[in-house]
Design a protein around this ligand. Sequence first.
Ligand code: ADP
Ligand code: GN1
Ligand code: MG
Length: 366
Amino acid sequence: MVESEIRSVFGNFKTTGTFLSGKPTGSGHIHKTLLIRTKEKDAPDYILQKINQNVFPPVREMMDNIIRVTRHIREKRAGDSQVSVLEVIETHSGDSFFTDQSGNHWRMYNKLEPGISYDIVPGNKVANEAGKAFGQFIGDLRDMPADEIYPVIPEFHSIEMRFEKFREAIDANAAGRAGEVKKEIETAHFAFDAMLVIPRFEREGKLPVRVTHNDTKLNNILFDEKDRAVCVIDLDTVMPGLSLYDFGDTIRTAANTAEEDEADLDRIRFSIPVFKAYSEGFIEKTISFLTRAELELLPLSARYMTFIMGLRFLTDYIMGDVYYSTGYSDQNLRRCRAQFRLMQLMEEQHDECMDIVMQAAKIHGK
Ligand code: ADP
Ligand code: GN1
Ligand code: MG
């Protein structure tokens, strides 16, 4: 996209400062994210995003959710000087997003400074801060009635729905790739049953449905120069969900010593110190309301989320890369293989993880 077009989209929002440049930023897989720099030294910079409408068709409902959630957290965190909250910048007509002539939807946020995000954990402090931040997030939204939040992607983390889509993709074989990935298909079938504990417990009413983030990748937290977690971002998927999803997805990303698409599977390790640091932070902030079943399923949740992402990457590869942004032709397959490898390592270390969780719960009073 050329800069003159970006400048013209930027012109539709109520901003301070004049447009200097607009460049792609971040490593998210869903939206096109641009960092907008302004000319004046005292004017803020902005984050402009072209919303992926294929993934988020109910754009208005999604933006309404974000406004509700940010307002709620801002009220809760008033006076907490470490915390920043995303601010949706209005258009000149007072709307939360702008629609261009081709029907693309755009939204803008204040750029948080310095706004450091990590794809790979640089140390245990970041892991502990991340645990506190996502734990606090669920805690802050505890009193928000789940029916005030629109389910923008229904059944987002349902393993049964994801498995069904995976089987449909194999049957359709739209990109002619199913034959290449027999081994991964077999791994998926083999791993599936163990995951069903979580939906079963949910159906039995043992796992409370809360308002959760649902996309708690490590890079969806912004840190400051001292590695303090300052802001939880990427609020598009905030919906009714399980605390397990939020715990598990950060472990999937933070406790992996390698990139999400690492091709050399020997470089993938499951870091117990990171698991411990994250768990301690998360449990500190949630122990007062987590149920026993939630606590006991935390170690499995990491495997559940790693499996679900591996399965989704594999499904997307089989379908011909229609959902996630990819930078090269077999990136989704590499992502899948890396997730499946990590899932196996997590299984081997399950008992150690359980001890860590129980120890952290004891320290914080359960
Ligand atoms: P996606 O859904 O595609 O992951 P995100 O909203 O997570 O989109 O944004 C992608 C990346 O852009 C983030 O990981 C972060 O690096 C950067 N980013 C997003 N919003 C902000 C913000 N308000 N301030 C600073 N950086 C941001
Ligand atoms: C996507 O938006 P981003 O890059 O933070 C995806 C998540 C996956 C993740 C895998 C809406 O997250 O569910 O866990 O990629 N978001 C959506 O890296 O599908
Ligand atoms: Mg993101």
